[in-house]
Write a protein that binds this ligand. Structure first.
Ligand SMILES: Cc1cc2nc3c(=O)[nH]c(=O)nc-3n(C[C@H](O)[C@H](O)[C@H](O)COP(=O)(O)OP(=O)(O)OC[C@H]3O[C@@H](n4cnc5c(N)ncnc54)[C@H](O)[C@@H]3O)c2cc1C
Length: 470
């Protein structure tokens, strides 16, 4: 082994992302040191000293690789030799179409695999400050509960809005499910703004009765509680919508639902009493977020209450709202396409701290970061997965696909699960006699077209990476 290759990749954090990253580097022949602070220092959610501990649910969500974006991501990870998927498959429990796992068996299997891998050294202990200068190739995968000292160090490496400690998530809707017989495109006062056209928002009008009924439903809706260690992280600029509603029945009409500067082309003589606005969220233009609608309402309540908004009766949500303790960086601004910190390229980020959401997504970004770091060590070109794959769609979202908007104190970049709205759009295939497939079947065929294209492109990418390594 040459001197350069004997120098390890240092992976900080032995969670879902860090474990996968170390594994991938080792599979490519590059040594990795995995630094995990537990059991020396605990987090508020972890309960064991195992690697890749699942802190809450034991589900990896849908395992349907043909019709579901996270099922597709499972399959892509399996094809890329993921240790996380191997352990999950070996410890799966009956759960219908979902992949649920025995959490202890799963974590023990990941720990055993990594400890048995000669190129991986697991070092227990907290990395407190900026990674030492002589670590030339580092992956920071310390997750939503990154220790305070390392968080402070990361903040020092970025800028004021570089690191967030809570997410404040507004729901995101698939544009194609919005009813444009009711809604319309217009920016307030037709202002174009930087890069805008004057018609950048989708507007949903409410009359007086609809508005009052909506406020009542918000206040009455079931909310999720904060964990006792989360404190209540309300800060100006991103109050949950239901908290604003509780402050007075007209409060939202003077805030995110104000009806001014907008004219409904479907009914120009009638002024709306309140308006919900949605703003484009991704460069592809497939996803729109509900402006100012961060919320602690339970998911089922969100779907019910938000579908009472005119024009959103049939809305499908790519992401529902939330507000949680979470540590994540402003990746679209700070990271390059290979997940390196632009300001200090020896440092890569992986996992939930990059602004993906969920066990599987975190592990997937770990998988890519591990491969990128190892490729760099080996002097190989870093090739990003095609954006038509679930891997590529996620990377694209965190490093470029999301459109950053100025929202005062709250950042527009918020964590995201994988979903088909992040993929370049594709038409549903036609019938053999060239006709459009209609109704529900069309949506099904479209998903299958996404997943077929993804897996075929993934195989090409993996094949090219194998050839480059030989
Ligand atoms: C309370 C809670 C519940 C969640 N529930 C779910 C859920 O049900 N389903 C789901 O899909 N996602 C859930 N998530 C979101 C997320 O997917 C998981 O947190 C996931 O584990 C993230 O993977 P990760 O590898 O980025 O971070 P983690 O799995 O948290 O791994 C990070 C590791 O870094 C270690 N670490 C932190 N700081 C340091 C340091 N300075 N030095 C060394 N080691 C350090 C930690 O001990 C930890 O082992 C939840 C998150 C939280 C906070």
């Amino acid at each position: 082994m040459s001197d350069t290759i004997s120098e390890p990749v240092h992976v900080i954090g032995g969670g879902l992302a860090g474990s996968e990253a170390a594994w991938q580097a080792a599979r490519m022949g590059v040594p990795a040191v995995l630094h995990e602070m537990r059991p020396e220092r605990e987090t508020d959610a972890h309960k064991t000293d195992g690697l890749a501990e699942l802190v809450c649910s034991n589900s990896f969500r849908s395992d349907d690789a043909e019709n579901n974006a996270v099922g597709l991501l499972h399959e892509e990870m399996r094809r890329a030799g993921s240790v996380i998927m191997r352990a999950a498959d070996a410890h799966k429990l009956p759960a219908g179409g979902a992949l649920a796992v025995d959490r202890d068996g799963f974590s023990e299997a990941v720990t055993a695999s990594l400890e048995a891998e000669p190129l991986i050294t697991v070092e227990r202990g907290e990395v407190k400050g900026p990674p030492p200068e002589d670590w030339s190739n580092v992956i920071i995968a310390t997750g939503p509960l990154t220790s305070p000292d390392l968080s402070a160090a990361v903040r020092g490496l970025t800028d004021d809005d570089g690191l967030a400690f809570f997410d404040a998530i507004a729901p995101i809707v698939y544009k194609e499910t919005i009813d444009f017989d009711t809604c319309w495109f217009q920016s307030r006062y037709d202002k174009a703004g930087p890069g805008g056209t004057g018609a950048d928002y989708i507007n949903c009008p409410l009359d007086r009765d609809q508005y009052y009924a909506f406020i009542d439903a918000l206040i009455a809706g079931d909310k999720t509680e904060f964990k006792e260690w989360e404190d209540t992280p309300y800060f100006d600029g991103c109050l949950p919508i239901e908290v604003m509603a509780e402050r007075g029945i007209e409060t939202l009409r003077h805030g995110p639902m104000k009806p001014v500067g907008l004219t409904n082309p479907h009914n120009p003589q009638v002024k709306a009493y309140a308006i919900v606005q949605l703003r484009q969220d991704n460069a592809l233009g497939t996803l729109y977020n509900m402006v100012g609608f961060q919320t602690k309402l339970k998911y089922a309540e969100q779907t019910r209450v938000f579908r009472s908004i005119p024009g959103l009766e049939n809305a499908q949500f790519a992401r529902l709202g939330g507000l949680h303790r979470n540590t994540f960086i402003n990746s679209p601004k700070l990271l390059d396409r290979s997940l390196r910190l632009k300001a200090e390229p020896r440092l890569r980020f992986a996992g939930q701290i990059t602004g993906v959401e969920g066990y599987v997504e975190s592990a997937a970004i770990g998988l890519l970061a591990g491969r990128y770091a190892a490729a760099e060590r080996l002097g190989l070109p870093i090739s990003a997965p095609p954006e038509t794959t679930a891997f590529g769609a996620l990377i694209e979202h965190i490093t470029g696909g999301h459109l950053i908007a100025d929202e005062g104190k709250s950042r527009s970049f918020q964590p995201m699960n994988v979903n088909f709205g992040l993929f370049p759009p594709i038409d549903a295939p036609k019938t053999i006699d060239g006709k459009r497939i209609k109704g529900k079947q069309r949506a099904i065929e479209r998903k299958r077209a996404y997943t077929r294209r993804a897996l075929s492109d993934l195989d090409g990418w993996l094949g090219a990476a194998r050839a480059a390594a030989e």
